[in-house]
Design a protein around this ligand. Structure first.
Ligand code: 4NP
Length: 150
């Protein structure tokens, strides 16, 4: 079993989408996908309604998810940690306890370097369009990631 963790800041907008999208593209018996946030403001909450809505428009149900905070033991629990932006990368790497931990952390868009962007932009203060754009970016990245596992 390969264990993948998707990480963003709040764990209510981007990483829940990344979790749902990648999960839909891989064999559940081979790959487990979960998500967490570096910030703890929304622990225990459902994903943001706008993420639930954009997922639903794309026939994905992410309402089984509940927000949790990234913790140091996640480095032991997961094989690969995908972060959404440069600031997540810095925050997660600051908690790494070893070189091995550091190597587990990747920017999710590094997989396909979309139009030169390395960050999945935080859509929290944006409207619907921002969430659709994030969905498209993650869909494209997760296609590439799933190819590696399937
Ligand atoms: P996310 O977006 O990192 O994509 O989940 C955010 C959600 C909430 C907050 C920040 C970012 N917040 O500050 O509450």
């Amino acid at each position: 079993m390969i264990k993948v963790l998707m990480v963003c800041l709040g764990n209510i907008c981007r990483s829940p989408l990344a979790e749902g999208i990648l999960q839909s593209k891989v064999d559940k018996n081979k790959v487990r996908v979960e998500s967490a946030g570096t910030g703890g403001w929304h622990i225990g909450e459902l994903p943001d309604p706008r993420s639930i809505e954009v997922a639903d428009r794309h026939h994905l149900d992410i309402t089984n998810q509940r927000c949790r905070k990234f913790k140091q033991s996640d480095f032991d629990e997961y094989d690969i940690i995908y972060v959404m932006d440069i600031s997540n990368l810095r925050d997660v790497r600051m908690m790494a306890g070893s070189e091995e931990d550091m190597k587990k952390v990747h920017l999710i868009l590094d997989t396909n370097y979309l139009n030169g962007n390395t960050d999945v932009p935080d859509p929290y203060y944006e409207g619907k369009d921002g969430f659709e754009k994030v969905f498209q970016m993650l869909e494209s990245a997760c296609d590439k990631i799933a190819d590696k596992f399937n």
